[in-house]
Design a protein around this ligand. Sequence first.
Ligand SMILES: [Zn+2]
Length: 229
Amino acid sequence: MTNIHRLEERPKLVDLAAFGRAGYFQDKSIFANGKELLRSARFIEYDQDNFQLDVCDCGIVGCIPGGLVSLRRHNDCAIIVPAAHAILDGDEEATPPAFIYELGPIAFSPSVYATLRDMVPAFPEHSSLRYLSHSEVIVCNQLTAPGHFLGNIGMAPTIKTDLVLAVSDGELSKEIASLEIALGDRSQRQLPEHSRTPDRIVEFHLDLPGYPVWRGLGYRKEKPQLLIG
Ligand SMILES: [Zn+2]
């Protein structure tokens, strides 16, 4: 997960001649942490299930394929995640934008989200955002876990146990078992759970180049839960 700390809008005049049409309109691109987050603040069609984050310069949603995301609530933050449910339904157009592949889910603190809403009027108030679903948290982790540690996006999660060298504390076999429980725990479908700070986070040290660490498992009151790793 990447926290966005800096948003910038860049106004632009779009000449539709580039798209074989006549006319001009004013729009603005939004940059987050210095990278282009979306090209058209004006033509985003927010939907509570999912929507295209990066609409083509011509202003037509879907003109460029893919780039679907969901906007969710996570603690006090708003978070943009892959459109997990569409991916799991086999929608081939539901691929996340390059921005999300690169940075993982992106989170906005309350003040940064307020700025984003000023820039993109289609985005709703934080209080009306849905909490993350269990499936969405799994897909986020499949996206970001090194070496596809939890399997590929859109597939049922699997744990590549042969990649685990060690865990931060506790026993390896016990933590793998807890991770299995957390992955399969449908009671987490309502997800304020994911928004609560865990009492303890487990680090999985993986046998991959650079020996990366995955931090997607935590405990709250001794109950294992998936985190946004
Ligand atoms: Zn277009």
